[in-house]
Design a protein around this ligand. Structure first.
Ligand code: MLT
Length: 333
């Protein structure tokens, strides 16, 4: 966040002055929630710039900023499947000036990382869901298989030599990759990156063979013919890629996953500020430019009743339980 020195110092003095009056308001470290926002807001994206989560965040950041009258500044803090950036957001000042955009990875991390630095429920307040992005199975453009069925056979027959990219343990591309290799009954060499933005560069460059990644990162390369595309992981084909068959059409219906995204603030952030962010998110998701941008990349905003703290908290709880069971079972629990 832009170091508003004078204002921040003023706020701290103000905070001391009003102790015992409006404790809730003062404890946020910022000004009075009624005056929020008085400064630019930092949005932490826990994956590399240029990747799918970064792309979705930048789509809503501008219209939210316009609505709130400040700038939403994206800060990419990547690493460890998104847990580094989420950990940083969990300990940020609860004053509404640090917001986190995260996805399904928020619900997988507790089951995968013994030393996780945060609790997705206790350390955060959900602001609202944003979108649910389909995934696609893609490969470098000179990869041998032509169809999804050929891809399945080729990977099964060459499991010891093919390589699969992903964005770290617990990331969406990691989960989808595990669903894929599990369904094919093979283990392959996984190559981790800090995001699928840099992984895509290596796929396009031919350094790594294939990846399962979100349409918000693959649609452009697929339509430009820079990568081969085999299937989409949703029950129905998607409008942005009408010729791309579903995994079910290719006889692999178990490989079904899409990536839900939501905004979070540190747990102690005043509800009044959360409400302002939720309302602003709803304005952004109803913005025709955002709707068109998402449609071009194979996804759509969630409905207004999903862009709420309640719906977001309910999905997070359900997903924590679901992935806890799946990952636990996978680890022999
Ligand atoms: C990214 O933005 O790089 C992705 O969301 C990473 C992933 O989870 O696969």
């Amino acid at each position: 966040m832009t170091p508003a020195g004078p204002r921040k110092v003023a706020a701290r003095i103000g905070a001391l002055a009003c102790v015992g009056l409006v404790l809730a308001a003062c404890s946020s470290g910022g000004g009075d929630p009624a005056d929020y926002p008085e400064d630019d807001i930092e949005v932490i994206v826990p994956f590399s710039a240029g990747g799918p989560t970064d792309t979705v965040t930048r789509m809503v950041a501008d219209p939210m900023g316009e609505d709130l009258g400040v700038q939403l500044v994206v800060q990419n803090i990547d690493g460890a499947g998104g847990t580094v950036g989420a950990g940083q957001a969990a300990t940020a000042d609860p004053d509404g000036y640090t917001v986190l955009m995260h996805h399904i990875g928020m619900s997988t991390a507790p089951a995968l990382y013994d030393d996780l630095a945060y609790d997705p429920v206790a350390d955060f307040k959900p602001v609202g869901l944003v979108t649910e992005v389909p995934m696609t199975i893609i490969a470098r453009s000179d990869f041998e298989p032509e169809t999804f069925e050929e891809f399945v056979t080729f990977v099964q027959e060459n499991a010891d030599t093919v390589t699969m990219a992903h964005a770290g343990e617990g990331s969406a591309s990691n989960l989808c990759g595990l669903l894929l290799t599990d369904a094919l009954g093979v283990e392959v060499t996984a190559v981790p990156y800090d995001g699928t933005g840099p992984a895509m560069t290596e796929i396009v460059g031919g350094q790594v063979d294939f990846m399962c990644d979100q349409t918000t990162n693959t649609t452009g390369q697929i339509t430009a013919g820079e990568v081969k595309a085999y299937a989409v992981t949703t029950p129905e084909r998607i409008d942005a890629l009408p010729d791309l068959p579903t995994t079910a059409e290719g006889g692999q219906a178990d490989i079904e996953v899409s990536v839900w995204h939501g905004l979070y603030v540190p747990a102690e952030t005043p509800d009044e500020i959360v409400t302002k962010l939720t309302e602003s998110l709803q304005v952004a998701l109803a913005d025709q430019t955002v709707i068109d941008q998402m449609a071009d990349l194979g996804t759509a905003p969630v409905s207004e009743d999903q862009a709420t703290p309640e719906a977001h908290a309910a999905l997070l709880d359900e997903q924590l339980a679901t992935w806890g069971d799946i990952i636990g079972a996978g680890q022999g629990g």
